[in-house]
Design a protein around this ligand. Structure first.
Ligand SMILES: [Ca+2]
Length: 309
């Protein structure tokens, strides 16, 4: 018997000894618990210890909070009514990529997973009429909301509905690129990317592509900047956040940059002719009047001398 074959919760095992003559001992019955082992790649369970509301409880021992207490030996159980629901307040609106339902014997045969921003208007993100209990691991969700609800419409047994645990995992949103701006001309040897990341704790890795080719190794989950060295010319750069299950966020709108070597950096004491170009803080300026550069005349402070391109 392998524990992996059994759902989390209470089980009984019995041991009987046989002697060589075929005599059997009496059975020794032992009670064992199996807990759901947290998948280290699953990320943060957003439902853990969050506020729960349920349509009914079987008794005080089976409160809704028992389904999100992280303990696979405690459970919520409902009355024998349809429909029955359990909703979890995640505390803030997040994108929802995966829900795991760990059913006790009393499972739902037909139910919907729903999300809501206000706890009153609900959107279906998953529906089944063929549930068979045990563990329902629904990993291909594309939902968003502050509240998540299991709305059961048909029971699989003569009992009510009962969950050992209900877990909710987020998907990261797309990164928001700050720099460079699309269409910007940048130094091809030093293309510096900078971005913000909503739902940062749902990011397992980033997928960064240049002209469709993935950059490896790419940024780490904690990174918010990255430097590329690109050939001169126009390039399309795209960045998306990847969740622990390998699903990428909706890709960031691609940015197109014209990567060219920047002109020499501005330097005090240098003579510049009209039309000469200099680089200052990564921006290109064109000389408007022939002069010898001095501190205080550096771009962009001196508009009569330097025109920003
Ligand atoms: Ca529990």
């Amino acid at each position: 018997m392998m524990p992996n074959d059994l759902p989390s919760g209470e089980h009984y095992a019995s041991v009987v000894a046989h002697d060589k003559a075929g005599n059997k001992s009496s059975a020794t019955k032992i009670k064992v618990w199996f807990d759901t082992v947290q998948d280290p790649k699953a990320g943060t369970n957003r439902a853990l210890n969050q506020p729960v509301t349920v349509s009914s409880i079987h008794s005080d021992s089976y409160a809704g909070a028992k389904a999100v207490d992280g303990n696979a030996a405690t459970r919520w159980a409902s009355l024998k009514t349809d429909p029955t629901w359990i909703q979890i307040d995640l505390g803030k609106t997040v994108s929802i990529g995966r829900v795991i339902l760990n059913w006790e014997t009393a499972y739902a045969k037909a139910y919907q997973l729903q999300t809501s921003d206000d706890g009153s208007t609900w959107t279906d993100i998953h529906s089944t009429t063929t549930g068979d209990g045990k563990i329902d691991d629904i990993a291909d969700l594309n939902g968003r909301g502050r509240y998540v609800r299991m709305y059961g419409t048909a029971r699989g047994t003569g009992y009510g509905y009962s969950l050992w645990e209900m877990q909710v995992y987020a998907n990261p949103q797309a990164p928001a690129m700050i720099t460079p701006g699309s269409g910007q001309t940048v130094d091809s040897n030093d293309v510096r990317l900078g971005w913000l990341q909503p739902d940062a704790d749902a990011v397992a890795s980033y997928r960064l592509t240049v002209d469709g080719d993935e950059v490896t190794p790419g940024p780490a989950p904690a990174d918010r900047e990255w430097t590329l060295n690109l050939p001169d010319g126009e390039h399309t750069i795209q960045l998306s956040a990847v969740n622990p299950l390998g699903s990428a966020s909706t890709p960031e709108i691609p940015i197109t940059v014209a990567a060219v070597p920047l002109p020499p950096a501005w330097a005090a004491g240098t003579e510049y002719e009209v039309g000469d170009k200099v680089s200052y803080d990564g921006i290109t300026y064109e000389c408007q009047q022939a002069h010898t550069a001095q501190q205080g005349w550096e771009p962009p402070n001196s508009l009569t001398l330097w025109n920003r391109l």
